[in-house]
Write a protein that binds this ligand. Sequence first.
Ligand code: HEM
Length: 567
Amino acid sequence: MSLTQRATDIWQSASQLTTKNNVIIAGVSVVSISIAVRWYRRRYNDSAPPGYKGRKDLPYPPGLPVLGNALQLSISKIIANFENWAWEYGTEYKAYVGPFPIVVLSSTTAIDQVFKERPYNIRRSANTEKLFEDCNIPGLFSMEGERWRHSRNWMAPQLTQAKTNKAGPVMTKHVVSLRTALQEISKTMEELNEKFYPSITSQESSHQTNVFYNPKDLKIDITPFREYAFSVMIDFAFAHENNTHFSPTLFQDLKIVFDVIRRRAITPIPLYKYGIRDSMDRKYDRTITDLKNSIKRIIEEYTPEEFKQNEDKMSTMLESLYIAAQEEENEKSNLKTATKAAKRVTIDDIVGNLITAIVAGYDTTSNSLYNIAYMLACNPEAQKKLQEEADSIFGPPEKRATMSAEELSAVFNDDYIKQFPYTNAVIQETNRLLPVASLLDGQLTKDLVIDGHYYRKKTVFIALTRVAALRSCPTPDPFKFKPERWIECTPEERRLHDKMAWGFGGGPRVCPGRHLATMELVIALVAVFTLFDIQPIEKPWTAPHAVEANPTTSLLDNVHLRYIPRY
Ligand code: HEM
């Protein structure tokens, strides 16, 4: 056989094979596509029973085939993306992330219902639960159903107003460090301001350059707020008077927990799940193991008698939990819910939940402080009223600029909200306009009618709490920062404001740390913020404006503040 003949034979048999393969590939593709389409139709069933509107009736922003609106969304501006569409498309609309539909809700009735239906008829997105499980720290925030109920039963009683009131001395101890740190930032920013805009004493020529503004010199420094929130949270959770049980670097190391959780929350390919772990992942594992061991050591050394003798002092969440778990068997018949729940708690439950509390209370509180500083800087009249309130109770600023933690602590009474009503109004107003968590996601676990629309089980949705509260604001000028609206209003307006104060969530899953957080904020504002006139540093018009950056909790970007001492 000639070489040409052989080549022709091979080519013919290859073509037959290719034709056969093509038929097989086409067959498999048709079957897979039809399975995928059936799955998609069942999973994302748009239909509604007769007489109801359903997801198919919702308006939506135009997008691309298959990709939907994915290219219009940015992870760091996700809240702004969804909120802007909410203002345009109304209280219910849908958007597509790839081919997957998401319902976006922003009416007060829908938000109310969503909060009430959780955690049983509505759950958090499955990703949240998985993420915290994979991170080996399942806790209240990520749990669902009965596991959630169990954790909630013992966590919430550790965070009541009465318990957190006892944390005053711990907070004032750390607020003194916050004061020192802000005094340092104040110096740095004043030097920078002087460098940018030197005081002109003798100007030789009107053409002389005398503005040296340089955006590269500007840095956002939120570290003092982070340190404050973190130290309070760690002490309150387990560390207070137990520092000797921890490795000296544990506090520093714990910060890796946040970085790793954040990183894992947004990674498209979770390599860590397949055993591909880098140095951060390994450090994370070591830190969690160290923490568990330290907690075991603390527990081994507890003496319930000594603890009971010190009942007026603050007990850490770990202490009260452990003591509850140790209650005598013969008290079983009239055990309180927290004690009953604590009896079934394991070390893993404890560690998971303590870390959850730290994670949930750390950047929420520090970012809130930053937002408040910004709001005050932009609203000098409100800032003046805040300063007047603090001065009326503490005396002139120069006095509290040097007060010790004990002296500061002695000033606060148990009802710090009544003691500092304007301060509280500033916090509420910032939470209304710049909440750190204004987007909550979830998934239905059964068919539900929300705001007149019938949504099928497994519908994924986003609830925009800020838009809902702004839409139905009961007092004038909804977009303006006016703390007075919380004080100078009718009882009915106040009731409505309180009902829509969703900065801490709502319903059975409302933030259990809200009393602790509010107290931390009040103490920081009156003891430290009011020592300064907070002002934005001057910038040219073309400089980037303040924006909220996400995705976990919102943090302002492009904000640079001067803290000008009043003392
Ligand atoms: C200014 C500070 C804080 C803000 C703005 C805030 C906000 C929130 C919000 C909006 C939720 C509800 C999330 C949702 O429903 O999906 C929540 C839940 C939660 N927060 Fe906070 N929080 C703050 C501080 C704290 C602190 C200090 C702690 C810890 C003691 C804490 C612990 C939690 C936990 C454990 C949950 C989950 C509750 C559950 O699912 O049952 N938070 N927080």
